[in-house]
Design a protein around this ligand. Structure first.
Ligand code: 73E
Length: 829
């Protein structure tokens, strides 16, 4: 009962956290302790899941000292922090990544062996957190890996979805979605912090009040939920640093329960709990086409309000002068999904912290930057004013004021040009009154970037051209990148060893060093070793697919890979038309099966559950596969493989085995692509259009090592402008006609002509993505591929040159570009 606070005196309590000894014995001891004390089982009674959870716990224990030290270091230094705001993080499995970062791979494998456990069995047990749809979510995961590896103080903020991207199964060739209960068997990589929960409000109304002669506004919300943070470690590679990924989970507040509980309605109070917890229940499975659902806006506000307030309340030191906020933080907006953070920061600064509007706005404009990931008009997020005003009335008022002042600025600059004002207004009036989130982000952000050179150019020239005219200095480009740790070192260990042997180990954090492989491409012995690695990777993939789906692939085949979300603009149908063309040439006797270059086509693709055309295309691919694979006339020289549930884990087996990378979107539609980079860095040659980052890949690897086809973006525009008639292309090309007619005939649908009729009609009469216009050029380029592959040694040389020249596509380089051009933050010393 003394007034003096109790202070630690025991030497252990004063010491920093100590990691367990980095030895096999040390690992075994810690592992068994975790198995016994955390899982509550003996080794002899444990099953694989117990062992996996204890193993993960052990790896965590080794990283813990660094994590806690980094938190202290970041607190002490108060350096500018990158807060990456993203609704998606497609992390992939954690175990191998964290073992690699902590240099524990060999020790752990040996320690497990001494406990009678195989590391491969542990890898099998792990489920990947699929908290993202595709490229955008995986990009966020690559970025936080690079930032940790570069020692940049970063917090990744996002949502802890209880169900990630659905698990895809095929029933009679059609996609059926299953919930992804990734948390079901335990989740050893996260640390919940209920004590650090934020209360997030919704609904209600606003009112003004007098505050010592000043009129202020306050928000009287109608309901609240708790946002509980779950922290995950983001270890840097071999640098002793560990950053934090903080994902928010929605939980009902006590107050919420109590209000209804006091009214005596117990059942209603339980229902209310479910309602609140719905917010972080499930990831929206639409990639590129947001549906404008209320729950999605709830998710967006939920996580950004929690994140901003977490940063202000818990990361900043007490008494921090908010006028200096831009020196302390940058909030990077990963597409428009987190843009409601802009009015939230304004609300906090003005309504809660009593700042003047003008001061708050000046600060806000320096604290945000916006990355746009798309060009498709239907992907540009808008929220109806109705919905937004109902859910977030104060935020809508703030958006209106931002817009009023912005439009004043436009008038001042360009005069009273009604069309310009309508075009640039953050509020759209047609077909209904709505908030254009990309415009809000552009007005508020210090910088706006696209994700590849061509994409950034088209943003400036088309999608946001009036904004680029007004704020030319805002616009910049940062070409995407991928982490070489996961996508080379972990996914392709044989290639990684070969490179390390040739160039030393430094390439993993300095990918431009891959240039050193250029000379080796001329060395016949190195080429032979590289070809052996590729063949071994194909056999490994075959083993994986055999175990997973009961299918195999032949390592003598050219492996032709198209893995990405199913979307019409990506043109999986063009790939199908190529396969059907080859098949038709065989069965019509135009070529002998024995005379063609044997190929295996691999697809990986999920379709948004509500996207009927995409699902029909999946059905078509599976149907073509089953006919082609079972036709004896093909003599096994064509094979189509479509393993269900393509995810990060499967990508890690497919990409290292690939010979050919299909990047065949209509020019001007794919913002960047990142699969294209992963495949090139694993020695696949690209067949691709002049789109997204393909443009930069081709510039770097050279025309001799890239199969270019199709219209350029200006050619696409010109054809549209003159009036595109896909049926004319069908009429004019007998080969195309034969392929389309074969699909229309019911050949792939047991004689039923109706099944794929919508695909055929769409191509003939609509074909928004100009598949038929690019068909001839694509088929010609594929013939070049066959010719090139016939000279195996020359192909191998090209593959090595692809790797040697693609070091630019490391996400470490992307992070340096963001740091230099946008964030102006620095690594921590
Ligand atoms: O080109 C890709 C790009 O490589 C682009 O389509 C993708 O982002 C990748 C990373 O920059 C993307 N995803 C979305 N928009 N662009 C999106 C939109 C709404 C919901 C989910 C994802």
């Amino acid at each position: 009962n003394s007034d003096a606070p109790l202070r630690p005196t025991h030497p252990l309590a004063l010491a920093p956290v100590i990691a367990p000894p980095a030895s096999v014995d040390g690992f075994v001891k810690q592992f068994l302790a975790n198995l016994n004390f955390d899982q509550g089982v003996s080794l002899s009674a444990s099953d694989a899941n117990d062992q996996y959870l204890a193993l993960a716990g052990t790896v965590r224990d080794y990283l813990m000292a660094r994590w806690l030290e980094d938190q202290t270091r970041q607190r002490e230094q108060q350096a500018k922090t990158v807060c990456y705001l993203s609704a998606e993080y497609l992390l992939g499995k954690q175990l191998d990544n964290n073992l690699l970062a902590a240099r524990l791979g060999e020790i752990a494998t040996e320690a497990l062996a001494q406990c009678g456990i195989s590391m491969d069995d542990m890898r099998e047990v792990e489920v990947e957190p699929g908290l993202g749809n595709g490229g955008l979510g995986r990009l966020a995961a690559c970025f936080i890996d690079s930032l940790a590896t570069m020692s940049v103080p970063t917090i990744g903020y996002g949502i802890r979805y209880e169900y990630g991207i659905f698990r895809q199964t095929f029933v009679d060739g059609e996609q059926v979605e299953q919930p992804d209960a990734w948390l079901q068997m335990g989740s050893p990589w996260e640390f919940p912090h209920p004590e650090a929960a934020q209360t997030i409000s919704f609904g209600g109304r606003t009112e003004t009040y007098d505050d010592k002669g000043v009129t202020r506004t306050r928000w009287i919300p109608d309901w609240n939920v708790l946002a509980v943070p779950y922290n995950m470690m983001v270890p840097g590679y071999h640098n002793g640093r560990v950053n934090t990924l903080r994902l928010w989970r929605a939980v009902a507040t006590n107050a919420f329960d109590l209000r209804i509980f006091n009214s005596g309605d117990y059942e209603e109070s339980v229902r209310a709990q479910t309602f609140a917890e719905n917010i972080s229940k499930v990831l929206y499975p639409e990639d590129s086409t947001p549906q404008g659902k209320e729950l999605r806006l709830q998710q967006q506000y939920f996580f950004v309000a929690a994140s901003i307030n977490d940063f202000l309340d818990n990361v900043l030191l007490e008494g921090f002068d908010l006028n200096n906020l831009p020196d302390r933080v940058i909030f990077q907006l990963n597409d428009t999904h987190p843009v409601i953070a802009v009015p939230e920061l304004m609300r906090v600064l003005v309504d809660e912290r009593g700042m003047e509007w003008e001061d708050a706005w000046a600060i806000t404009q320096k604290c945000f930057a916006y990355t746009c990931h798309t060009l498709l008009p239907e992907a540009l997020e808008v929220w109806s004013v109705d919905l937004l005003g109902r859910l977030l009335p104060r935020h809508l008022e703030i958006i209106y004021r931002i817009n009023d002042e912005f439009l004043d600025e436009v008038r001042e600059r360009f005069g009273d040009d009604m069309m310009r004002i309508r075009n640039m207004s953050i509020i759209g009036e047609h077909p209904y009154r709505s908030v254009r989130m990309a415009y809000l982000a552009t007005v508020a952000g210090a910088k706006v970037n696209g994700v590849a050179e061509l994409h950034s150019q088209l943003l400036r020239d088309k999608v946001l051209h009036e904004f680029a005219e007004m704020y030319p200095d805002k616009f910049t480009n940062v070409t995407n990148g991928v982490t070489p740790r996961r996508f080379i070192r972990l996914a392709n260990p044989s290639l990684a060893s070969l490179i390390t042997e040739a160039l030393g180990a430094g390439w993993t954090v300095d990918l431009e060093r891959l240039r050193g492989l250029e000379a080796l491409a001329e060395d016949p012995e190195f080429r032979e070793r590289f070809a052996a690695v590729k063949a071994a990777n194909k056999r490994h993939l075959s083993d994986v697919l055999q175990r997973r789906d009961g299918v195999t692939i032949d390592d003598s085949h050219l492996l032709d890979v198209m893995v990405k979300r199913l979307h019409e603009y990506k043109r999986q149908t063009l790939k199908v038309l190529h396969i059907v063309t080859e098949y038709e040439r065989i069965i019509s006797g135009t070529v002998a099966a024995a005379d063609i270059q044997p190929r295996t086509f691999i697809f990986g693709a999920k379709a948004a559950p509500g996207y009927a055309m995409a699902k029909r295309i999946i059905h078509l691919i599976n149907s073509v596969a089953s006919v082609v694979n079972n036709d004896p006339r093909v003599e096994g020289s064509l094979k189509v493989v479509f393993p269900p549930n393509y995810n990060v884990t499967l990508a890690e087996s497919i990409i290292p085995a690939a010979d050919l990378s299909e990047q065949i979107s209509l020019a001007g539609k794919e913002a960047s692509g990142t699969g294209n980079m992963k495949l090139a860095l694993n020695g696949a040659l690209t067949i691709g259009t002049d789109d997204g980052a393909n443009v930069e890949i081709r510039q770097l690897v050279g025309d001799d090592n890239f199969f270019l086809f199709g219209m350029t973006e200006p050619e696409v525009e010109a054809l549209w402008a003159k009036g595109y008639k896909p049926a004319d292309f069908y009429q004019a090309d007998p080969q195309l006609r034969a392929a389309m007619d074969l699909i229309a005939s019911g050949e792939f649908s047991g004689g039923d002509r109706t099944v794929f009729e919508p695909i055929v009609s769409n191509l003939l009469y609509d074909d928004r993505f100009m598949v038929l216009a690019d068909y001839a050029s694509y088929i010609e380029a594929q013939a070049q591929v066959d010719l090139a592959y016939a000279d195996q040694d020359a192909w191998t040389r090209s593959a090595i040159l692809n790797i040697a020249r693609c070091g630019f596509f490391s996400s470490d380089r992307s992070m340096r570009d963001y740091l230099d051009r946008i964030w102006h933050a620095r690594p921590l010393l």
